[in-house]
Ligand binder design. Structure first.
Ligand code: ADP
Ligand code: MG
Length: 310
């Protein structure tokens, strides 16, 4: 859906994007992660046609985005990282105002707006003043507004920043709904855990370059295999430890309270084999599990790895 090749952008002498390459598949909810100043906003604004690049290529659904501004604006919805002031605008008027920018009017814009307000859980707020809404509601209204022309690609710049946990949860629900509608979504954040449960793929950006990217599922699976395995037994603990010592893939054994914790480098099948072994030898196993992988450990691994690799 989005292909970026060798994208470069300088502000004066400062190079904000340095030959950036990026691929986002159709239907992905792509988390764009990186510290402040990494170049996320710059990239997003270029994709939307709001900012000119120095050189490089950007394609959105096959369209050359750097040379087809009008077409791209119809394909992309953008939620910036700030929310303006809208004196005396009511929610429905706000939606109608944005609809009119895409040539929508009358019943069409009203009906579309009602559907979108429902989608972002603001149906009961259509007569409320925009400036009186909570931060979380404003954020969701902004999402509804960005969808008014039914774009295929939605770009959200730091949407979760400054939201309380409840508002963040509600935003997450909206993202899930949009994902199931088949939209492609790019969400940026400088805080990885904010994105973890929202995205199915992520890209990590540092200093104007992508240092890692991939499907969240594959990444967490990969990091899961390095997590420790916890085993609890109700009887024959000594025997269990003896068996573990003789198992080649067990690299380290430690005891914490009533649990045996091991470093085990095997895959899922080898884990099942180990469990069978313990049971067949008469160990009464009451608990046997590996911690799930998480994006945070991975983030540290890849950003650390990228630095070491350079
Ligand atoms: N209009 C601008 N003029 C000069 N420098 C800018 C401008 N916009 C962004 N930058 C610089 O470009 C770099 C990337 O910024 P940005 O894309 O906003 O990063 P991010 O969104 O990842 O925090 C930063 O170092 C920032 O200071
Ligand atoms: Mg930014």
């Amino acid at each position: 859906m989005v292909v970026i090749r060798n994208l470069t952008k300088t502000y004066g002498r400062y190079r904000a994007l340095n030959n950036l390459n990026l691929h986002i598949e159709k239907g992905d909810i792509f988390g764009f992660v990186g510290p402040n100043g990494a170049g996320k906003t710059t990239t997003m604004r270029i994709i939307c046609g709001l900012l000119q690049a120095d050189w490089g290529e950007v394609y959105v659904d096959g369209i050359d985005a750097l040379n087809n501004n009008d077409l791209i604006k119809r394909k992309v919805g953008y939620v910036p990282d700030f929310f303006g002031v809208y004196d005396n605008f009511k929610v429905m008027e706000y939606m109608e105002f944005y609809g009119s920018m895409y040539g929508m009017e009358g019943e069409t814009v009203r009906k579309t707006s009602l559907g979108l307000l429902d989608l972002v859980n603001l149906s009961d707020k259509q007569d409320a003043y925009v400036d009186g809404l909570s931060r979380g509601m404003k954020q969701r209204l902004c999402v509804a507004r960005a969808l008014i022309h039914n774009p295929q690609l939605l770009i959200l710049d730091e949407p979760a920043s400054g939201l309380d946990p409840r508002a963040r949860f509600e935003l997450k629900e909206v993202m899930k709904n949009l994902g199931s509608m088949g939209k492609t979504i790019i969400i940026s954040s400088h805080i990885l855990p904010e994105l973890g449960e929202m995205c199915n793929s992520i890209g990590v950006m540092e200093k104007g370059n992508l240092v890692a990217s991939g499907k969240v599922e594959e990444i967490t699976k990969r990091s899961r295999h390095s997590n420790p395995l916890t085993i609890r037994v109700s009887e024959n603990k000594d025997l269990a430890i003896q068996i573990l010592r003789q198992t080649p893939l067990v690299e380290k054994i430690s005891i914490r309270d009533d649990a045996i914790i091991i470093a085990f480098s095997g895959d899922d099948a080898e884990m099942a084999q180990l469990l069978t072994n313990l049971i067949m030898n008469g160990v009464k196993v009451s608990n046997f599990h590996r911690e799930e992988g998480n994006l945070e450990t991975l983030f540290l691994e890849i950003t650390g790895g990228a630095k070491n690799g350079k």
